[in-house]
Design a binder for this molecule. Structure first.
Ligand SMILES: Nc1nc2c(c(=O)[nH]1)N[C@H]1C(S)=C(S)[C@@H](COP(=O)(O)OP(=O)(O)OC[C@H]3O[C@@H](n4cnc5c(=O)[nH]c(N)nc54)[C@H](O)[C@@H]3O)O[C@H]1N2
Ligand SMILES: Nc1nc2c(c(=O)[nH]1)N[C@H]1C(S)=C(S)[C@@H](COP(=O)(O)OP(=O)(O)OC[C@H]3O[C@@H](n4cnc5c(=O)[nH]c(N)nc54)[C@H](O)[C@@H]3O)O[C@H]1N2
Ligand SMILES: [Mo]
Length: 830
């Protein structure tokens, strides 16, 4: 075992005797041993399953998961495996169907007390009847424009049990509803980049790591922390990327490759690689990049031939850089210095370094989760175009290498399909009205709270007009809007206007607290499934064996919605007459068929019987170079842009005549910005809400013992620089209040010199725990979205601007309230 593998295993218990026996014996044992009474193993049976956190084996004894170990195949398991048991067993599980007291007993839709967390336990039949009757009422009274069931999120892995598909198919069989476009992850990026590079790029396959390691002189991780963020994957994660990070680290040490992290914060990746750090003020990457372009242009360091062959609109962009456009401002390094906090000479040096040899720019996503988040991505593409290495192995630009194993050479194999999200072709919903009363039936994902506040308002979106619908009812499954959306107090006000909110979850999140009907789903560990092993690498197919039976009264989403569909006699259409294992088998067999010319997969029964091995290997991957075909011949292989070329200037966008997304990338001041920007006199700290190192968003926050490994006085940590802590009289471990005009929260200070002056971090996904349901009440645990701003990035993408926010922070000296986030509802006897 190499040193670093041991480091990754730190925190995981040492390998057990069972693992040392070897797979053949274990397989034999597993066949016979569904029960804890197995004659082969005194301490239970081991089963394989997969998850966002990777594949693992669990020891089941006495009907309970006792122990969890990474699959041997996973050489770099995440520490978060230590949090898995706590997802199954914790006091925040949704145990029974619950209905909000006031909604049920007092005046219906009593929005003013929504969030007080007082619930009554009902039977499954009662709960499903209430749910069904509300859908009937809403379709009858208002029609489909009043029902929003379009939200999605990080539902647990598994192709069959994918819970949002179950909810949307079932609700869709009953009637039509409002859907969403885009997502919180990459809303700005996925909207701008098709205009510039012809695809979303954010979800595209990236150049393979072996090629980067071989050909690249300089790797720039721009606003990117892959070491933290590839611990999880959209499908079951292999963690093979870490092998390449390890090689990169060696190359950095031997000066074979230069790696620079452009980030206000010293990230986990930078600390691991021991590479260079390029500090830049938060939210000011665009001025920094414009000044780099200025230098490349003036020092003739840009690739004119590449631009002439592959790009359009450079001549319309350059006057803006040179100060010959309308704003008459030259984007020189001297101009950028006071904005971005990088010395003019250092900007020039940085530009020269990028132009030397082969440079691979690798952007993360947080930098587009801010106001005008379209601009840094467009400007990044312009820089890469000026450098002229797009389409070469180890050169050009990527927007995806921190995500789900992008960069691992892909096998190209076909993965398994999933349970259908929509009604089958030829079927009609029970309520088949498509009359949306002039409202848009699709809304940009982050604008749904706007809709509740201002129904009927018309907003611009990506060249279209969207008329925000009048939402009366929500159905939520597989996501946690009371974590993922911005500005809690604004949400509180909006939710008072809603009539009915139905949530299906296994964890009593803040979304459950603000719902009217809550249905207990079971976790993925309480059901069978299959999943692709490696979302982008397509490394194999994984069996996800049920570890234990559904706890309490929880049920699989499939069972819940089969029963729901029974209420309008559509259960046969919904299930297609198949049960859980039939569905899984059929998805598997289709996958086997699709791959039959490339490799052999065992028949389903054989595959599934291997509780211990649990996966089919899809073979070796092949190296891939992003944009290579386009580079080879841009006429035969044009990009998906309107012109087929890289669009430095977009006629189409210019034609929209938007204020904050014009014909070429530009710098726009933010509504709030630290380091001398708007709002910073009163609230001098920029709050970044990055993706958690020890959670998947809000998932696993409920895992009590694991949470205790990072909380400070039971609160979510807030990371702060030594200078900012000192000037406020705050010490490591202190309870602090973080606030602005939108809200306030308690958190526990962690003083760290990874953070510069004026920058603090609270990881997103910290469970919201308001003191009470009143607007403005303090959040007792530390959810950053208590203080974030709920505005669109621009008229183009209308995406989340979560990272545009400033706050103040003080030592908390008041009476300390208990944390209200965990432990479920206040159960009132009916
Ligand atoms: N301030 C700030 N806010 C952010 C972000 C940020 O950077 N900063 N990031 C944004 C981004 S990129 C994202 S992707 C979103 C993530 O937002 P979400 O996807 O909403 O976050 P999760 O915490 O993963 O929520 C998943 C929920 O589904 C439930 N669930 C999981 N599996 C199942 C299942 O099988 N059945 C049922 N019924 N329920 C299930 C879980 O218990 C959990 O409550 O957050 C966004 N919000
Ligand atoms: N462990 C873990 N991994 C995850 C997730 C998780 O919840 N947990 N979620 C997954 C999901 S859904 C997503 S969308 C991705 C998110 O992936 P990203 O959005 O890329 O991740 P973040 O961690 O929010 O931010 C990455 C880096 O951006 C820097 N940054 C923020 N703002 C700026 C800025 O203005 N300028 C510059 N230069 N740098 C900036 C931060 O300091 C941080 O180091 O992660 C995925 N991976
Ligand atoms: Mo995301």
């Amino acid at each position: 075992m190499s040193l670093s593998r041991r480091r990754f295993l730190q925190g995981l218990a040492t390998t057990s005797a069972v693992a040392a026996i070897g797979p053949s014996l274990l397989t034999a044992a597993a066949h016979a041993a569904e029960e804890a009474t197995s004659p082969y193993s005194a301490d239970g049976v081991w089963k394989v399953t997969g998850s966002h956190w990777g594949a693992f084996r669990a020891r089941i004894y006495n009907g309970k998961v006792q122990e969890i170990k990474p699959l041997d195949r996973d050489k770099y398991p995440t520490d978060m495996l230590n949090g898995i048991k706590g997802i199954i067993y914790n006091p925040s599980r949704v145990r029974y169907p619950m209905v909000r007291l006031d909604w049920l007993k007092k005046h219906k839709y009593s929005g003013d007390t929504r969030g007080s967390n007082r619930f009554i336990r009902v039977t499954w039949d009662e709960a499903l009847d209430l749910f069904y009757n509300e859908l009937e009422r809403v379709q009858k009274e208002y029609g489909p424009s009043a029902l929003y069931a379009g939200m999605t999120g990080w539902r647990m892995t598994g192709q069959f049990q994918s819970c949002t598909s179950h909810m949307q198919r079932a609700v869709g069989m009953h009637g039509n509803f409002i859907t969403k476009i885009g997502d919180y992850s990459t809303g700005a990026g996925q909207t701008i980049l098709p205009y510039v590079l012809g695809s979303t790029e954010v979800y595209a396959q990236g150049t393979s790591w072996p090629l980067i390691l071989e050909h690249t002189d300089t790797v720039v991780f721009w606003a990117n922390d892959p070491l933290k963020n590839t611990q999880v994957g959209w499908q079951c994660e292999t963690h093979d990327s870490y092998e390449y990070y390890e090689q990169l680290k060696e190359k950095v040490a031997k000066k074979g490759i230069k790696v620079i992290c452009v980030d206000p914060v010293k990230s986990k990746t930078q600390n691991y690689l021991q590479c260079d750090h390029r500090y830049v003020n938060p939210q000011t990457d665009v001025p920094f990049m414009l000044a780099i372009a200025h230098t490349l242009y003036n020092e003739k360091l840009y690739d004119k031939e590449f631009i002439d062959t592959y790009a359009l609109g450079f001549d319309e962009f350059i006057p803006y850089v040179l100060g010959k456009a309308e704003d008459k401002t030259e984007k020189s390094p001297e101009w950028a210095e006071p904005i971005c906090g990088v010395k003019a000479d250092e900007i020039r040096e940085f530009a020269r370094l990028l132009a030397k040899g082969r440079t691979q720019l690798i952007f993360g996503w947080a930098v587009q989760r801010q106001q005008h988040g379209e601009q840094p991505y467009w400007m990044g593409a312009v820089l890469a175009t000026m450098l002229g290495k797009i389409g070469l192995p180890g050169g050009g630009i990527s927007y995806s290498h921190h995500y789900s194993g992008v960069g691992i050479p892909p096998t190209g194999a076909s993965g398994p399909g999933g349970f259908p999200r929509n009604v089958d072709e030829g079927q009609k919903p029970k309520w088949d009205s498509t009359d949306f009363k002039g409202y848009s039936k699709t809304i940009p994902v982050a604008r749904w709270i706007d809709a509740i506040h201002e129904p009927g308002k018309e907003i611009n979106y990506n060249g279209n007009k969207v008329k925000l619908p009048d939402i009366k009812m929500l159905v939520v499954s597989g996501c946690n809007p009371w974590h993922h959306h911005q500005d809690r107090n604004r949400m509180k006000k909006a939710f008072q206007k809603l009539q009915t909110v139905v949530t299906i979850d296994f964890a009593w999140t803040a979304t459950c607290r603000f719902s009217d009907i809550v249905l207990p789903a079971c976790t993925q560990f309480e059901r069978n499934d299959i999943d692709l092993y490696g979302a982008y690498s397509g490394s194999g197919l994984l069996a996800m064996h049920k570890l234990v039976d559904p706890l309490y009264q929880s049920r699989t989403d499939f069972d819940i919605f089969t029963d729901f569909c029974r209420r309008f006699d559509r259960q046969k259409e919904y299930t297609r007459g198949m049960g859980e294992m039939e569905w899984i088998k059929s998805l598997y067999e289709d996958c086997r068929e699709a791959n039959k010319d490339s490799f052999k997969m065992p028949p389903f029964e054989e595959f599934w019987a291997q509780d211990q091995a649990g996966w089919v290997n899809f073979g070796e991957g092949k190296d891939y170079v992003a944009h290579a075909k386009f580079r080879e011949d841009p006429e035969i292989n044009p990009l998906g842009t309107p012109s087929g070329f890289i669009e430095v200037f977009s006629r189409k966008i210019a034609g929209y005549k938007y204020d904050h997304c014009q014909g070429h990338p530009m710098w726009f001041e933010k509504a709030e910005r630290s380091h001398g920007g708007p709002g910073s006199d009163k609230f001098p700290l920029w709050l970044q809400s990055c993706h958690p190192d020890q959670r998947l968003h809000s998932q696993m926050c409920e895992s009590d013992e694991y949470r205790a490994t990072y909380t400070v006085q039971d609160r979510e940590p807030v990371y702060i620089s030594p200078e900012d802590a000192k000037s406020r009289g705050i010490k490591d471990g202190d309870l602090v209040r973080v606030f602005n005009d939108r809200g306030q929260l308690l958190a526990g200070a962690v003083v760290s010199d990874n953070y510069p002056l004026g920058v603090i971090r609270i990881y997103e996904g910290a469970w919201y725990g308001p003191l009470n349901e009143k607007v403005g009440s303090i959040d007792t645990y530390g959810d950053p979205n208590t203080v974030t701003m709920d505005i669109g990035t621009s008229e183009l993408a209308q995406a989340t601007s979560a990272n545009t926010v400033v706050v103040q922070m003080e030592k908390y000296t008041g009476e300390v309230p208990p944390v209200t986030s965990f432990g479920g509802p206040i159960e009132i006897d009916s």
